[in-house]
Design a protein around this ligand. Structure first.
Ligand code: FMN
Length: 165
């Protein structure tokens, strides 16, 4: 099977991580994948905050329900939407989704694991991240070398999802 199609199929949400650090080049490659996502009018409304210091990781873990996941990940990328760069609430959010999926596929391709944590508009977390005027938290992506092999979460068959007209 084609490599991209295979990665789409094999990627899983990983929620437990080894303590082994994630190489800076890999973090860079993940951000690059996010940066090349499509967005409405090519507005590129995404902004990234990399949470990697022990102090900030611990603070962040304390603020979210996914404490263990965030606490054990050597790095978490917070994905923010810059409302000043965007132009349409729905389309901006769609672009953020594309950016996130690009990053998750890059994570998988690099032998790492990650989980998409929808965590929109959390003022306390935004303050911790140093979010700027007009920037809103959209999600957190904890990343690390997997400490688990998550089971496949099955998908509905196309026969249930597709209509032809
Ligand atoms: C918008 C969105 C929000 C999600 N939020 C969470 C979350 O808060 N916590 C979590 O553990 N997983 C979260 N996930 C991951 C999903 O649970 C996961 O993708 C789904 O169960 C399918 O499993 P898979 O990714 O391993 O194929 C989220 C995924 C998406 C797309």
């Amino acid at each position: 099977m084609n490599e991209v199609l295979q990665a789409i199929r094999a990627r899983r949400s990983v929620r437990a991580f080894r303590s082994q650090p994630v190489e800076a080049e890999k973090v860079e490659a993940i951000l690059e994948a996010g940066r090349w996502a499509p967005s409405g009018k090519n507005a590129q409304p995404w902004r990234f905050v990399i949470v990697e210091s022990a102090a900030k990781r611990e603070e962040l873990a304390r603020l979210v329900p996914q404490r263990n996941m965030i606490g054990s990940a050597p790095v978490t990328i917070a994905l923010l939407l810059d409302r000043k760069a965007g132009y349409d609430e729905l389309k901006d959010a769609q672009g953020i989704g594309a950016c996130a999926q690009n990053m998750l596929l890059a994570v998988h391709a690099l032998g790492l694991g990650a989980c998409w944590i929808g965590r929109a508009r959390d003022r306390e977390v935004e303050a911790l991240l140093g979010a700027r005027e007009g920037e809103e938290l959209m999600m957190l992506i904890p990343i690390g070398y997997p400490a688990e092999e998550p089971p496949v979460r099955e998908r509905r068959p196309l026969s249930e999802l597709v209509r032809r007209i």
